[in-house]
Write a protein that binds this ligand. Structure first.
Ligand code: NAG
Length: 347
């Protein structure tokens, strides 16, 4: 932020604060004033505008609580990951789940997750896997995208895995269309911004005989009408999809060593909301509510094994849009359920 705009934001804040504080006879201490200034700066940085003073006060209070939580957490010291006051800092965890992960807190229709799943696992006999893998370094991963306030994580997850297998098959990395899935893949379980499943997205791509490019069928972040002409343009095709045997990080490792893999996780916690760097160790449960893509694995400098996961919340979240999630945990489901419902397209 330029010094002048910081200064301006501060002056505006001060003016607003003195009016409202004076009118209500409230005396604010230094901590409160600093927090107000931080909120103003944060609003400026993220282009946040509130509809009225009531909304602003409500948001400020949420912001304040979140900042306290984040700073308390980071002060804890011996955590392998850090949180930050990111663009989601004025949302309660409930609001965050509702707007980011999707309608009613779910962007995955979990109940029917395995309904269409074939049972073969082509990588079952893979014996030697590299000790680390980062598909980004092999040019198999497109830049991080942003689903916005639309619960179509499932489309982003399926598209990233499809982009990966397409590159591995053809040598061409092409950014593909999530919006086509949101608009056109509506006959089965998948319901656009209201949630869906990666497997059903793969099923659509297969039966549609391909998917259009991101450029030709760009992302809007809202449910739309299927553009049949664009949907009949096929930039990438898949022959099918397979599920990684459930609850086995060993099986997931074989798959991720071979190609980017769609995974479902429980991303509903505050620590996930504010994750900024390091190896995420939770807390989280196994209520799968978010679809992302495992694009590698490795071991951190301090010896922690992790999955490298591509998210669809833009590049300001996490490690430039990615999260490293602890790998090789005691629970067979994997951390946040990452090994429960992994799948990948074939080509
Ligand atoms: C794995 O090996 C077994 C035993 O040789 C074989 O029956 C099975 O078909 C193989 N699986 C795959 C996916 O190739």
């Amino acid at each position: 932020m330029a010094p002048t705009s910081t200064c301006l934001a501060f002056l505006v804040m001060l003016a607003l604060w003195s009016c409202s504080a004076a009118s209500r006879g409230v005396l604010l201490n230094d901590v409160e004033i600093t927090m107000l200034a931080r909120h103003e700066q944060w609003m400026y940085l993220h282009g946040r505008v509130y509809k009225d003073a009531t909304e602003k006060e409500k948001r400020f209070n949420v912001f304040k609580e979140n900042v306290k939580y984040i700073e308390q957490f980071n002060k804890g010291g011996n955590q392998p990951y850090k949180l930050s006051v990111n663009e989601f800092a004025d949302l309660t965890n409930e609001e965050f789940k509702a707007t980011r992960n999707g309608y009613k807190g779910l962007c995955l229709e979990d109940k029917l997750a395995r309904a269409t799943a074939p049972s073969t696992f082509k990588y079952e006999n893979v014996s030697a896997v590299p000790s680390t893998m980062d598909w980004r370094k092999k040019g198999v991963v497109t830049p991080v995208k942003d689903q916005g306030q639309c619960g179509c994580c499932w489309a982003f997850s399926a598209v990233a895995a499809t982009e990966g297998i397409h590159k591995l098959k053809t040598g061409k990395l092409i950014s593909l269309s999530e919006q086509e899935l949101v608009d056109c893949d509506t006959k089965g379980v998948d319901q656009g911004c209201e949630g869906g499943l990666m497997d059903d997205a793969f099923h659509f791509i297969m039966s549609n005989k391909g998917l259009d490019t991101e450029i030709n069928y760009p992302y809007k972040g809202v449910d739309g009408t299927c553009n049949a002409k664009k949907a009949s343009t096929h930039a990438a095709q898949i022959t099918g999809f397979e599920d990684v045997p459930a609850n086995s990080e060993a099986a997931l490792l074989k798959a991720v060593a071979s190609q980017p893999v769609s995974v479902a996780i429980d991303a509903g916690g505050s620590d996930f909301q504010f994750y900024s760097s390091g190896v995420f160790t939770g807390s989280c449960g196994t209520d799968l509510d978010h679809g992302v893509t495992a694009v590698g694995y490795g071991v951190s400098n301090d010896g922690m094994k992790y999955w490298l996961v591509k998210n669809s919340w833009g590049t300001s979240w996490g490690e430039s849009g990615y999260i490293r999630m602890q790998r090789g945990v005691d629970a067979k489901e994997g951390l946040c359920g990452i090994a429960m419902e992994a799948s990948y397209p074939t080509a």
